[in-house]
Design a protein around this ligand. Structure first.
Ligand code: ATP
Ligand code: MG
Length: 437
């Protein structure tokens, strides 16, 4: 295989036509499920003021400390390619006056994200997220609805064997006590913890619980557990959520190790883990972020959301029961002999395309033989050959490439519609045969 003189950057992917149907299947499942739950799509810029991510994602996180792609634009502004979707959405909600509209606002997005990480399966530098946000409700019913939506997206894609892990990380009131206890606990291990975790000890010891180093994870195993520190309000919220999930028969495991230790996260946090897709097993992460909108300059408004990594969904889908939509094949290939016939096939193709069917004709200048070979290769359902004689007679033979059956069609304005009837009959009968089996 030839190699281009300049190759694609490390940690990025090309999605070729052979793969794109899988992406489209997943994207359609995400979009339609969100719409069925009453969510609307929102699109925000690919890059934002760097301060937006520092303030929202949090300056003690890996994303901000190590993973951002930041550029200084001409002039003096500093921009960052979005490492995640929520910050931009919340900025847009505030900036576009959407906090004055009816609550709850329910929004979804599909976007590419950029993080400077060590590339591996399921971990890229440019990746894609599907995310949903609910703005303007404190009720645990919203947490449950959001989790149900995520579960349904996974199910509709055909991803099986996912496990839902939930936890509550409390509110700033009850967390203060917990952070004190954590700091005391981890202070005993300053000789063992990695350098990053030592720096987290002061700023945000909850991040240590999320460290990927095996040594830090080992130390974290016996750390105090947030659930023992929840205030009455946070405890009630968590109990109510569990009650709804039980009633909806959504299976979950309470996992006190899930922290998503950002300052603005409050109460519920959750992850969907898919065990059979390797080391990068978290396909979805989410939680409540009641403090974020105020932090970004909006009125104090509770909110929550999740994000799924599309690349990981695809790995899981291929291992699961996903049925990918196939790219539709050509409905009719119109072969031509000579220049007049070529023009005629161009006109006919256009009229067939106009009524929503796929038509192709020769734009290469091939011999008739080569044109028919191509028609076979692209699996055209029907074909027709047009020469000067056919144009004179005003009639062409349309051949079903599978059965060999021939229909004579007039070469006039009625062609596309008549062809549409033949095609529809063929597809319907094909389905009937299939049903009878
Ligand atoms: P991880 O622990 O795997 O690094 P994270 O906590 O950094 O994930 P989030 O910021 O919660 O991830 O992003 C939500 C989802 O986006 C993840 O659950 C994952 O499916 C996906 N994701 C995150 N980073 C990447 C990446 N570099 N490449 C591909 N997908 C990613
Ligand atoms: Mg990460």
């Amino acid at each position: 295989m030839a190699e281009p003189s300049i190759k694609r950057p490390k940690g990025t992917q090309d999605i070729t036509p052979k793969e794109v149907n899988k992406w489209q299947t997943v994207e359609v499942a995400c979009k339609t499920t969100a719409e069925d739950y009453g969510f609307s799509e929102i699109r925000t810029p690919t890059f934002e003021d760097t301060k937006l991510f520092v303030r929202s994602v949090g300056d003690a996180t890996d994303v901000v400390q190590k993973e951002m792609y930041t550029v200084t634009s001409k002039g003096d502004s500093e921009f960052t390619l979005k490492p995640e979707g929520t910050a931009g959405v919340i900025r847009a909600v505030i900036e576009n006056g959407m906090l004055n509209e009816a609550f709850p606002q329910k929004l979804f997005y599909l976007t590419q994200c950029f993080r400077h990480e060590k590339p591996q399966a399921g971990r890229l530098r440019e990746f894609h997220q599907f995310g949903c946000e609910i703005i303007g409700t404190k009720s645990p019913a919203a947490d449950a609805d959001l989790i149900m939506l995520a579960a349904d997206v996974l199910e509709r894609i055909g991803i099986v064997e996912t496990k839902l892990n939930i936890n509550s990380i409390g509110c700033p009131n009850c967390r203060a006590e917990y952070i004190k206890a954590l700091r005391e606990y981890f202070s005993q291990y300053t000789d063992t913890l990695c350098e990053t975790c030592i720096s987290r000890l002061e700023k945000n010891p909850m991040r240590i619980l999320d460290c990927k180093s095996p040594i830090c994870s080992e130390v974290a195993k016996n750390a105090p557990v947030i659930l023992d520190y929840l205030c009455d309000e946070c405890k009630e919220h968590f109990d109510a959520l569990k009650g709804i999930l039980d009633a909806m028969e959504i299976e979950y495991r309470v996992n006190p190790r899930i922290v998503r230790g950002l300052d603005y996260y409050t109460k519920t946090v959750f992850e969907f883990i898919c065990d059979n897709i390797g080391a990068q097993a978290t396909v979805c992460g989410g939680g409540r972020y009641d403090g974020l909108i105020r932090e970004l300059g909006g009125a104090d408004t509770p909110a929550l959301g999740f994000a799924m990594g599309i690349e990981r969904l695809l790995i899981a889908a291929k291992r699961g029961r996903a049925e990918f939509i196939d790219r539709a094949s050509c409905d009719i290939y119109l072969a031509s002999i000579g220049q007049d016939a070529l023009l005629k096939t161009a006109q006919l193709a256009r009229s067939v395309r106009d009524i929503g069917f796929i038509a192709e004709y020769d734009i290469v200048g091939r011999s008739l033989n080569a044109q028919m070979k191509y028609a076979n290769k692209i699996k055209a359902k029907f074909s027709a050959v047009i020469g000067d004689d056919d144009i004179k007679k005003g009639i062409i033979k349309v051949k079903n490439m599978e059965t060999g059956k021939i229909d004579n069609l007039r070469l006039d304005d009625s062609f596309a519609e008549k062809f549409g009837d033949i095609l529809t009959d063929y597809i319907l009968n094909d389905d009937l045969d299939f049903d009878c089996l």
